[in-house]
Design a protein around this ligand. Structure first.
Ligand SMILES: [Zn+2]
Length: 324
């Protein structure tokens, strides 16, 4: 409610809520000071051009103005996700050879490094393609990034699998997959992960930045606040935050079950501990990536809403129409 409050758009009840909260919250207090300061400058500075429209201002302060920057201004997010995603592929190679580390360890380490480097460079390439296409107004950005990530994973499997043992390595109470098949299975789990938590939110945020840049703030606000008549930009879907949060819980439940099942059926070996630690690391990286994407997405949805509210602000709208 802070943005609405500062721009004088809050209802009486909201205003009272905010004011009560400001008395006890340092963070919101300083945010309010910052916003009010900016608004005061906008309203009093005679050097500000009189033709400035609310959406011009929103671009200057808001998230849509960042669309022209590399990756739409989400460089850090892209790098962080790429590192975690690449580490997943590396660790997964090691998991498959861990049970006979004396025999396959050296090749395994080399292949893990190859997997890491390959995925670390191809993932940003996919997101870059999405950004370039979406910025140019194309609706094919999402498909392009999905294609690049899928192609990269397939190519990696083709490179790595000849070096993986073709028989089962892990010793379980039941017949284990061969190392190659198990790696393919791991990759398919990673594909599910990125195609739910990484690509759709990233693409949606880019597409919305473009919408806002083109001044469609009212439509965007309708979509973000659940107006039934609003549609997502062409070529994207609006991944609801609560749906993604629920999916993370469901996936976590399934993983914990599978993990227990696996750990309870390991046959003792000198490398059992190494295997268990690597599987654990893989699980942590998996959920770390999902969480990083979700937290980022939450923040970006708020940024989008903030910009919409700013553009729709009557105080600034009045002021610019008065000057005109
Ligand atoms: Zn607060």
């Amino acid at each position: 409610m802070l943005t609405a409050y500062c721009f004088g758009r809050a209802t009486r009840a909201e205003r009272e809520t905010v004011e009560t909260h400001l008395l006890e919250c340092r963070a919101c207090w300083s945010e309010t000071q910052r916003l009010l300061g900016a608004i005061r400058i906008l309203e009093t500075d005679p050097s500000m051009p009189g033709t400035l429209t609310p959406s011009d201002l929103a671009h200057t302060f808001g998230i849509s103005g960042r669309l022209a920057r590399a990756f739409g201004g989400h460089m850090m997010h892209v790098l962080l996700c790429s590192v975690i995603y690449a580490a997943l592929y590396g660790v997964a190679v090691l998991v498959e050879v861990a049970y006979q580390f004396d025999k396959y360890g050296e090749t395994g380490m080399a292949m893990a490094a190859v997997a890491f480097v390959w995925i670390f460079f191809t993932t940003p390439a996919g997101l870059w393609a999405d950004w370039r296409l979406t910025r140019q107004g194309s609706s094919k950005g999402w498909a392009a990034s999905a294609g690049i990530l899928l192609g990269a994973a397939a190519a990696l499997f083709a490179i790595v699998s000849p070096y993986l043992p073709s028989g089962p390595v892990t010793e379980l109470n039941w017949q284990a997959y061969t190392a190659q098949a198990a790696y393919l299975k791991a990759i398919s789990y990673f594909m599910i992960l990125q195609s739910i938590f990484l690509l759709p939110p990233f693409h949606f945020v880019l597409a919305m930045q473009r919408e806002l840049k083109e001044g469609r703030h009212r439509l965007a606000l309708g979509l973000l606040t659940g107006d039934k008549l609003s549609v997502a930009p062409r070529g994207s879907v609006y991944p609801r935050f609560w749906v993604l949060s629920m999916l993370i819980f469901i996936t976590a439940g399934i993983s914990v079950f599978l993990h227990h099942n696996l750990m309870g059926n390991l046959r003792p070996s000198p490398y059992m501990n190494l295997f268990a630690n690597l599987v654990q690391a893989r699980l942590i990286l998996y959920f770390l990536l999902a969480t990083v994407c979700l937290v980022w997405y939450y923040r970006m949805l708020n940024e989008l809403k903030r910009e919409c509210l700013m553009a729709e602000s009557p105080r600034i709208a009045n002021r610019s129409s008065e000057r005109r």
